[in-house]
Design a protein around this ligand. Structure first.
Ligand code: ADP
Ligand code: MG
Length: 255
């Protein structure tokens, strides 16, 4: 078995006295598609936000690609990570948010070109070529010159996915990517994610309430409760034959 690409080792995260992530041990293998399900407030988004270095942790260690996220190795010792280490770590990950988070004042094409140009230093031509390829992948070639406000929610979220992919991350994080969408727009977004899930090399970690979809695309499903993994297993195990009472309760309530 190859080394995990994401590791949470006894990770703690709290806000004041309120413990959000409680001694979490969790890992994801390269290419694995993992879904996190669980009640609201159980810490699911926090896990993704920690990986994106949008949140600091209060204890334990997070590793991405074998390197500690918040520390770097200098002369054999671990020291607090500098900005360049953090940038390097972040580059491995792309994140898709529930609220699309596109740049409203930029066209779709520019939304896709911005980070590759600024962060990766791609030329305008290279960035444009990459952006056009991705617009084709998400079926939005005809909308390249529109602004986000001129698109439907489903189209905006497909731009959000393309924008994350434009950085060529090896890990994609999805935080309830369809929760903000009208029901009739959910399908087009899931179709794009399904296509990505068929890519063998891409590691995917997704929080979702779309249980049928989770069942279909996941290698492993983790049920979160109170900042820990309460139960995990294959989709067949978790959805077909959950062992823990709380998992059963949750699934009864949402399916
Ligand atoms: P989930 O995504 O599972 O719904 P979150 O990871 O967003 O849960 O949040 C877990 C808990 O942490 C929630 O109870 C939330 O209110 C709390 N929380 C999140 N961010 C903050 C913050 N900045 N300050 C205080 N509490 C927070
Ligand atoms: Mg959340």
């Amino acid at each position: 078995m190859s080394e995990p690409v994401i590791v949470f080792d006894k990770v703690k995260k709290s806000y004041g006295d309120f413990v959000v992530i409680n001694d979490l041990d969790f890992s994801v293998s390269p290419g694995e598609k993992v879904t996190i399900i669980g009640p609201s407030g159980s810490g699911k988004s926090t896990v993704l936000r920690i990986l994106m270095t949008l949140e600091k942790i209060n204890g334990g260690t997070v590793y991405v690609g074998g390197d500690p996220l918040w520390h770097e190795r200098k002369n054999g010792a671990l020291v607090a990570a500098g900005e360049s280490h953090l940038r390097g770590m972040r580059k491995q990950l792309g994140m898709v948010f529930q609220q699309f988070n596109l740049f409203p004042h930029m066209t779709v094409l520019r939304n896709l070109m911005e980070a590759p140009r600024v962060v990766l230093g791609l030329s305008r031509t290279e960035a444009k070529e990459r952006a056009e390829e991705l617009l084709q992948l998400v079926g939005l070639t005809d909308h390249a010159h529109k602004f986000p406000g001129q698109l439907s929610g489903g189209q905006q979220q497909r731009v959000g996915i393309a924008r994350a992919l434009a950085m060529r991350p090896r890990i994609m994080l999805f935080d309830e990517p369809t929760s903000a969408l009208d029901p009739e727009l959910v399908g087009e977004v899931l179709t794009v994610i399904r296509r990505l899930a068929s890519e063998h090399d891409l590691t995917m970690l997704m929080v979702t309430h779309e249980m049928r979809f989770a069942r279909e695309i996941s290698d492993r499903v983790c049920f979160f409760d109170k900042g820990r993994i309460h139960e995990e297993g294959t989709p067949a195990e978790i959805f077909g034959n959950p062992q823990k009472e709380r998992t059963q309760q949750f699934l009864r309530a949402v399916t």
